[in-house]
Write a protein that binds this ligand. Structure first.
Ligand code: NAI
Ligand code: MG
Length: 359
């Protein structure tokens, strides 16, 4: 009898996506009872290689109409290279969602969790806690360019970086808003205005202009090469890090790599204006090498579910999930094998639910 009802499409996809997504759904179920909201979850069987095998395409033609009214999408992983080439499975599903739903923010938390060893020496839980905000629609990944005189000595290849004021300002606004809502209120911008001397000075200019609207937020910028080094040398200094499509892509892999395993890293593909549903997923893929064994780490998917609740405005429930995740990760018995534990996927999710219920 709560009037906070959200419609969710659950899209498990392939491989361990089919194992970790139900685990995350069980955690969500346990949360809604406690926090007084309701999730109306529709199970989606397309955006998977099984669907492709049956229908010759990754998704039905009217997929957009079916999904555009949802409040959010909970995604597992897509890809089964033995039967469908990766570029077909990825471009036929995930890339469609990102494009058609204009999910222009890619959001990746970087947090060193208990029970997880950082590859960086002497870092412990609490030392690293920031988010990478990546522009997800333009920049260096543009379709503007071409190849001339192919196969000759004059072979010429061009690909242009596209920065629009709309595209630049909207990602920067999101990043400043995010920083403004966090205790440390600090933003770092990735640039390379010394080398890429036209587009990156423009990016810097827009950062400076946006900063005027956020007097409470302190900010700085690093050239991308030094910034990459700083991620490794002194990651504690960061709070919100914002970058163009290419720089953000690299940083959103480097960041989570500094905090341990791919099994726990989550990601959000977000339309902050909420014209379309945003998509939340674990960073990892379908892991064919361990699929079907029930041993996948569900924490990435569970953390993604927590990000989804945050996006829906259920921040108390989202925070409760993260506390439960920390509690369960602290106990070796509830960790999966990739973290040196013995729990299987379901057992790890059970431990999170127990911790939720005990809190
Ligand atoms: P992957 O992330 O699936 O696996 C890399 C390695 O990490 C594997 O050894 C795997 O066993 C391990 N691993 C991944 N997630 C784990 C978890 N939750 N618990 C324990 N171990 C875990 O990346 P890979 O092998 O490059 O790609 C496999 C398939 O997934 C391909 O078809 C690829 O296209 C697709 N993929 C899909 C993504 C998505 O849907 N967003 C992202 C990355 C890859
Ligand atoms: Mg990447």
């Amino acid at each position: 009898n709560s009037n906070r009802v959200y419609t969710i499409a659950s899209i498990p996809g392939d491989g361990i996506g089919v194992e970790v997504t139900p685990a995350a759904e069980r955690v969500l179920e346990a949360t809604q009872k406690r926090f007084g909201f309701r999730l109306d979850v529709e199970a989606v069987d397309y955006a998977s290689c099984d669907y492709y095998t049956k229908h010759g395409r990754m998704m039905p033609e009217d997929w957009k109409k079916r999904l555009e009214g949802k409040d959010a999408l909970l995604f597992g992983a897509v890809g089964w290279p033995d039967t469908v080439p990766d570029h077909i499975s990825l471009w036929g599903s995930l890339v469609q969602f990102r494009r058609e739903f204009d999910q222009y923010v890619s959001l990746r938390p970087v947090r060193l969790m208990p029970g997880v060893r950082s590859p960086l020496a002497d870092r412990v839980h609490g030392d690293i806690d920031f988010v990478v905000v990546r522009e997800n629609t333009e920049g260096e990944y543009s379709q503007v360019g071409g190849r001339m005189f192919a196969g000759t000595d004059r072979e010429t290849v061009l690909q242009e970086t596209v920065l629009t004021r709309t595209g630049t300002d909207r990602i920067l606004r999101y990043a400043f808003e995010l920083a403004n809502g966090r205790p440390r209120k600090h933003l770092t911008s990735a640039t390379k205005s010394n080398g890429i001397a036209i587009s990156m000075p423009y990016w810097d200019e827009r950062v400076e202009a946006m900063a005027q609207h956020y007097p409470e937020v302190s900010w700085n910028k690093f050239h991308i090469d030094n910034l990459a080094a700083q991620f490794v040398l002194n990651p504690s200094q960061f709070d919100v890090v914002v970058g163009s499509n290419l720089f953000g892509d690299i940083l959103s892999d480097l960041g989570p790599a500094c905090t341990g395993t791919i099994g726990i890293a989550p990601s959000g593909n977000i339309d902050p204006e909420r014209r379309f549903p945003s998509l939340f997923e674990p960073v990892h893929g379908s892991a064919p090498d361990i699929a079907g064994k029930g041993i996948a780490n569900p924490i990435g998917a569970i953390w993604a579910a927590s990000m989804m609740l945050d996006h829906l405005g259920e921040s108390d429930a989202a925070a409760a999930i993260m506390r439960a995740v920390e509690t369960s990760l602290s106990d070796e018995r509830s960790r999966t094998r990739d973290l040196g534990g013995k729990a299987d996927c379901a057992g790890c999710a059970d431990a999170v639910i127990d911790a939720l219920n005990a809190a």
